[in-house]
Design a protein around this ligand. Structure first.
Ligand code: FAD
Ligand code: EPU
Length: 337
């Protein structure tokens, strides 16, 4: 199959930023990847474009991962093993597992994007991360010109991080994930520790929630807080929640007792970036066509007609405000292309 040339990428990123790719190829079958050459030209592996800042034109080939398929591939006494193609929509896949009676992924409902992108930043929400359930994945390695299998322990998952990001493959298109296999334990336990989810269940008077009850609660909380990209273009949280050492957290807490903070297993403390941004005056504030969402200050929104430079300008202004007020550096979450 031949790539299309000079393709507008605005429809392919949820921030709706403009930019053209020299070449664009939709990948619906892993075999198409074996026809690509090792270092012929720059490439970018695109999923749903929901964690992406397009900074302008891309002088290379965009490989748009659209490999379909989802099936039960195994079962033992402890777990079900489910495989999905990289191009499957993540939320639809999660709902499909629940409908088949294979729970586990319900807290990750309504996260936009594809199955193949989920391991890249180890997507997470409401107390769970995809790495908790990943069994193994298969990817095309452009350098080796071979398919590789990576199991969970080699994925080096941590908060919004993985082997794939550490290797820089998310930027240079070093590998293309073609399928992911999940291990969903049969000993299911509800995870409703996150206050928003517990409150949503309590409001519905549900005391012993089913996996679908939790999915529904997650969906309602997300719909109330986060903008729908098809109406208000955005890329979800625009910054990581900063993780600082215990001494820094204690000093910040003494000065700002309301600052939400979450102790981590390694002794460090995660801070709520949304709170820092709100306190720095950015909730619902715009700079030109780009601002921070009025219901969730961590979400940067394109109010219409913005380009990559507009995004970078607002991002830098927010970072400067937070640095000035709290001496905390905010790291962007999306990938800049
Ligand atoms: P893209 O944006 O297309 O790509 C992201 C990165 O993955 C790029 O580096 C790309 O090269 C790489 N990539 C994509 N597919 C492949 C592949 N098959 N093989 C190799 N590399 C690949 N994230 C969370 O973790 N938790 C949340 O709660 C959350 N909420 C969100 C809410 C909203 C409203 C939005 C817009 C985004 C949210 N996100 C969240 C971010 C986003 O949904 C995830 O990062 C998602 O996994 C991105 O998937 P994608 O297919 O859109 O990837
Ligand atoms: N907060 C404010 N003001 C705001 C926003 C948040 O004070 O404008 C406070 C909240 O009141 C709360 C705390 O900050 O006390 C945390 O807020 P929230 O529960 O909304 O979650 P978050 O930390 O902003 C993270 C993830 C989300 C994920 C949710 C739920 C990151 C960077 N973001 O957001 O992931 O869905 O928790 O688990 O870790 C994403 O990565 O794109 C994303 C949306």
């Amino acid at each position: 199959m031949r790539p299309e040339l000079n393709v507008e990428l605005r429809p392919y990123n949820t921030l709706a930023l403009p930019g053209r790719a020299t070449a664009y190829l939709k990948i619906t079958d892993p075999a198409q990847l074996t026809a690509t050459e090792r270092r012929r030209e720059k490439r970018f592996i695109l999923g749903g474009g929901s964690n992406l800042v397009l900074t302008g034109d891309f002088a290379g080939t965009v490989l748009h991962m659209a490999i379909p398929g989802k099936r039960l591939v195994g079962e033992d006494a402890e777990a079900w093993y489910i495989e999905a193609g990289a191009g499957e929509n993540w939320h639809d896949f999660v709902q499909w597992t629940l409908q088949h009676g294979w729970p586990g992924l319900e807290n990750l409902s309504l996260i936009p994007g594809t199955v193949g992108a989920a391991p890249i930043q180890n997507i997470g929400a409401y107390g769970l991360e995809v790495g908790d359930f990943l069994h193994q994945l298969t990817a095309w390695d452009f350098e080796k010109q071979a398919f590789i299998t990576v199991d969970r322990k080699n994925c080096q998952f941590s908060y919004r991080n993985s082997l794939f990001k550490q290797q820089g493959w998310h930027l240079n298109g070093g590998i293309a994930i073609v399928s992911v296999t999940f291990r969903l334990p049969k000993a299911w336990q509800a995870n409703c520790r996150y206050a928003d989810i517990a409150n949503a269940l309590a409001a519905r008077q549900i005391t012993a929630p089913s996996p679908q009850d939790i999915a529904d609660a997650v969906i309602s909380v997300r719909q109330a807080k986060l903008p729908d990209p098809s109406i208000t273009p955005n890329a979800g949280s625009f910054f990581h929640n900063p993780v600082v050492d215990r001494k820094t957290a204690a000093a910040l807490h003494a000065a700002h007792p309301q600052l939400p903070s979450y102790p981590q297993a390694d002794g460090r403390v995660k801070l709520a970036a949304g709170w820092l941004i709100e306190q720095a005056g950015w909730k619902g504030k715009n700079l030109g066509p780009v601002g921070m969402y009025e219901k969730q200050a961590l979400v940067l929104v394109n109010q219409g007609g913005a380009n990559g430079d507009d995004v970078k300008r607002t991002m830098a202004a927010v970072q400067a405000s937070v640095r000035e007020k709290f001496a905390v550096d905010l790291t962007p979450e999306p990938i800049f292309l």
